[in-house]
Every structure is written in structure tokens, then in C-alpha cells.
Design a protein around this ligand. Sequence first.
Ligand code: DX5
Ligand code: ZN
Length: 217
Amino acid sequence: MTIVSPSLLSADFADLKSDVAMINRSDADWLHIDVMDGVFVPNISFGFPILKSINPILKKKLDVHLMIVEPQKFIPELSALNTHIMNVHYEVCPHLHRVVQQIKDAGMLPAVTLNPATPVSVLEDILPDLHMVLLMSVNPGFGGQKFITHTLSKCARLRKMIDDAGLHTLIEIDGGVNVQTGQQLVEVGADVLVAGSAVFGADSPEEMISTLHQLHR
Ligand code: DX5
Ligand code: ZN
């Protein structure tokens, strides 16, 4: 079984209640939340008011992906929302070790996200402290982009790093994930698939989530 984290970015913001109800009914394990600041990435998505509105009706765990500078500023807000996993980008955290400890101290699971051009080797010293690594398979900022195939060999390298170190760190992949790329990713060791347009653009989003959930090596 593959952990599936549908991305709310591709939902219908005029009818979020229906989309959250669909996620609740589905086999989704988590809900992926893309927060953008227009500084780290060239787009702005949504922020805490939206999260506060959906939180009482959501039955899945929050997988929050912060595409923002200084993500540590928002640890209290995310912790108060009962966030399960807080993903911060490697590229914006010069004091990553401190941020990871602060996330843990606030009762959340820490994850570090790498842009397509950032090599997995930068994680060598922080890996034992992480619950998950999120590999971007598109340049962050927009849904509906084409999967960067280089992510497959990158994922395989990260899988080897984790296994060689005897760790249980999860690998999540985000961007351009569909049934085809999802299958390829699972074969090279991905544990968690984020899917935005593949889910919300499907004739049956619930069936698409089930199909992704059933992918295996
Ligand atoms: C992109 C976001 C993704 C996005 C994925 O910056 O981090 O989570 O929603 O969308 P798809 O699955 O359409 O590529
Ligand atoms: Zn994301």
C-alpha cells in the first residue's frame, strides 16, 4: 500500500466543503496543503484562515508543505492546527537542524523538502532526525506541471541512503504524479505520493485515490 496525500491546491476553492467531504470518504491517508508566499516560489496559494476553516471537518492528517521563506515563524500556528507533518524546504533553512528540533518540540513530525536541483547528498547529516523527505518532481509553485524524470534515479539514491543507514525515513514525491509516474516511483522506493491534478482532474477523484493507494512494488 502506498500512502496517498491528495493536494488541496487542485481543489475547487468555491466548493471546498464538497472536496474535503470527498477526501474524508476516500482512501486518502493525508491531505497535502501547499502554502506559498510569492517570494520563495513565484505564486501565492492560501494560508491559515483556509486551514482553520477546513480543520474541523477534515478527518485526515495534515501534511503541510511550506513553500515560504522563514517557515519556522509558523510552527505555533501549525502545531495549534494539529498538523501531522510539517515540510520545510532545505533551500530556505540555513539553520535546518534547529528548525527540525523546533518542529519536534512543537509535537509535529519534521520533513525536509528538496527542489529538483538540490541533491539528496545534502541530507546526509540530518537524515536520522527526519520523519520524511519530500522530493519535488517539479519546480514548486504550480500544480499541473510535467514530472521531471530525473526524480526516479534521485529517489532510488535516497532509498539506498535510508536503507544503508538502517533508518525508516519515509520518501514522499510531489509534482506530476499520476498512475504511470506513481508506479515508477513506488518501484524505486517512494512511500508517499502527493497528487493534485491527477486526483481532482479525474472523472472519479475517489477512484483515482484508491488506484494510487493500491500501487506497490
Ligand atoms: C507544487 C505543489 C504540489 C502541487 C502538485 O508546487 O507543491 O503539491 O499541488 O500538483 P500536481 O499533482 O498537479 O503536479
Ligand atoms: Zn506540495
